[in-house]
Design a protein around this ligand. Structure first.
Ligand code: F6P
Length: 534
């Protein structure tokens, strides 16, 4: 594959994108597609018709069509864990005619969705109350990774759609500081805590959940706990043991990957923030993309095109990283969300059958709201030596006022133009090479359906890449090793641990840390789970 793409890349390296525009006056139209109110403009990519055709051939050879059907029809696409990846089932409406083995799963999804809607309504209407009979005003979602990033990103992105019944907050970091800061400003008597964890075994989440429980119990009494906690997990027993009442426990399923789970009960904090009707619009937006992904010819298929462009930039042009640049402050958490979606899915070096991959896989994903980024890292994008591909996301409305909308659009287009055309100058310091690969995703406004579409586009884009690289985008064995090693490290940190505790390579460091912590008295002072939270 590498060779195939490299021959096209070698030819295109000697062209400028400006030159490609000059020889093809229609390029603007021919390299742009519109679906669901999103304009995907990839005319600024260093790509021509021959390279584009080669990418489509590559997709055919990789069996993309069959793989898309396997994914959407519930086949076992997560090979190493022997299960399906059915996040698309989560956004099928209750009225969808689902048959075969997916029918009972769909029925479960619909039943959980109905329970979520009833729960959200009860919180909003004040019929689900705190232990002291008050309305909940604040919701704290305790989770990490996929049990945090999706709802946290979407709650912020959809702020204009908040119903105003509750404020939602997110706690993920094991260091406990987010919770300590929040607890200082929240009234526990009006706070609902959602413990969100697919497995309910994640150390960071359990540590924060215990802290939150101790905070509620310490301030309101142990008997208050059931009224103040809800939970989302596949692990019913653990939710039960934690003290979450049966009416506040929401199921998810092992066939939903954490980073693909915002559509499930993991989205409870989002649904509480924006209400059920908006949450359903969010699901419906994603569903539209699922249907498009299955049916649209590849040349018109946005996620297929985005996936092929990613493979082109990674394997053809050698871009090692990809910047996500939203021209919208409310999408500030999108890069972090996509970091997990893309890097946990595509950070693999063996194929589905365990052979070494024959091409470089997932790029490093990074980014920031672009207005701010123009004044920090855009310098490197314009004149640096790193090969970075870019996605620009541009809502045409949604800034503070119409003048601000204009400033946003003008800046985005100016940056795109500079990155495309570059700048000739006598002085090499002032020269811009241009031809930097950038795709624009423009849309009228960010609403729940649009956010659903955007996220689903990226999910399927990732799937397309995984098919071309023949890797499994639904497992994450790489993160397990570090988790396993943490237990022995914690034992070796104990002040009473012997000098040979812990792995040999870390012993000198462990001894220094033990000594330092004893000298500063940190170990003794910071031991309580609710320290700093009263
Ligand atoms: O450590 C990685 C990971 O397993 C992610 O894939 C997942 O989203 C996150 O941890 C949280 O897992 P859980 O929802 O089971 O707490």
């Amino acid at each position: 594959m590498r060779q195939w793409l490299r021959s096209h890349a070698a030819r295109l390296r000697n062209c400028t994108v400006r030159g490609l525009f000059a020889t093809d006056p229609e390029r603007c139209q021919r390299y742009a597609r519109e679906f669901g109110g999103i304009l995907l403009d990839f005319s600024r990519q260093r790509l021509d018709d021959a390279a584009f055709a080669a990418l489509l051939d590559l997709a055919g050879h990789a069996g993309l069509r069959e793989r898309i059907h396997a994914l959407l029809d519930g086949a076992i696409v997560n090979d190493s864990e022997g299960r399906a990846a059915l996040h698309t089932l989560l956004r099928m409406p209750g009225s969808a005619a689902v048959t075969g083995s997916l029918a009972p799963l769909h029925a479960e999804v619909v039943a959980v969705r109905a329970r979520l809607a009833a729960f959200v309504r009860a919180v909003h209407e004040g019929t689900r109350q705190s232990a002291s009979g008050e309305r909940f005003t604040d919701v704290v979602n305790v989770g990490i990774g996929g049990s945090d990033l999706g709802p946290a990103m979407a709650v912020e992105a959809l702020r204009p759609f908040h119903t105003g019944h509750v404020r939602c907050h997110f706690v993920s970091n094991v260091d406990g500081l987010q919770l300590a800061d929040l607890a200082a400003g929240l009234d526990p008597a009006r706070t609902l805590v959602i413990v969100c964890s697919k497995t309910f075994t994640t150390q960071e989440t359990l540590a924060n959940a215990r802290r939150a429980r101790a905070w509620i119990a310490g301030r309101l009494g142990e008997a208050a706990v059931p009224a103040h906690f809800a939970a989302v997990s596949t692990n019913t027993l653990a939710m039960d043991q934690f003290g979450v009442g049966a009416d506040a426990r929401f199921a998810m399923w092992d066939w939903v990957g954490g980073r693909y789970s915002v559509w499930s009960a993991v989205g409870l904090a989002l649904e509480l923030a924006i209400g059920t009707a908006n949450f359903e619009a969010f699901l419906a937006g994603a569903r539209q993309v699922d249907l498009h992904f299955r049916r649209a010819p590849w040349r018109e298929n946005l996620p297929v095109l985005m996936g092929l462009l990613a493979v082109w930039n990674r394997n053809g042009l050698g871009c090692t990283s990809h910047a996500v640049l939203p021209y919208h402050q409310r999408l500030a958490r999108l890069p972090a969300y996509l970091q997990q979606l893309e890097m946990e899915s595509l950070g693999k070096s063996v194929t589905r059958t365990g052979q070494p991959v024959d091409a470089d896989t997932g790029a490093v994903i990074w980014g920031e709201p672009a207005s701010n980024a123009q004044h920090s890292f855009f310098q490197l994008l314009h004149q640096g030596t790193a090969d970075v591909s870019m996605d620009f996301l541009l809502p045409l409305n949604g800034a503070a006022d119409r003048d601000a909308d204009e400033l946003v659009i003008g800046n985005c287009l100016a940056q795109l133009q500079a990155l495309l055309a570059g700048h000739e100058a006598e002085d090499p310091q002032r020269r811009h090479p241009g031809s930097r690969p950038a795709t624009l995703l423009a849309f009228a406004r960010l609403d729940p359906a649009m956010l659903g579409r955007l996220i689903a586009l990226y999910e399927h884009k990732v799937f397309v890449e995984s098919v071309l690289w023949d890797i499994n985008p639904f497992d994450q064995w790489g993160v397990e090793l570090g988790k396993r090693l943490c237990g022995p490290m914690l034992e070796a940190l104990n002040p009473a641990a012997s000098a040979d505790a812990g792995p040999e390579e870390s012993r000198a460091l462990l001894a220094w840390i033990r000594r330092c912590r004893q000298d500063t008295g940190v170990a003794a002072a910071g031991s309580g789970p609710t320290e700093g939270m009263s």
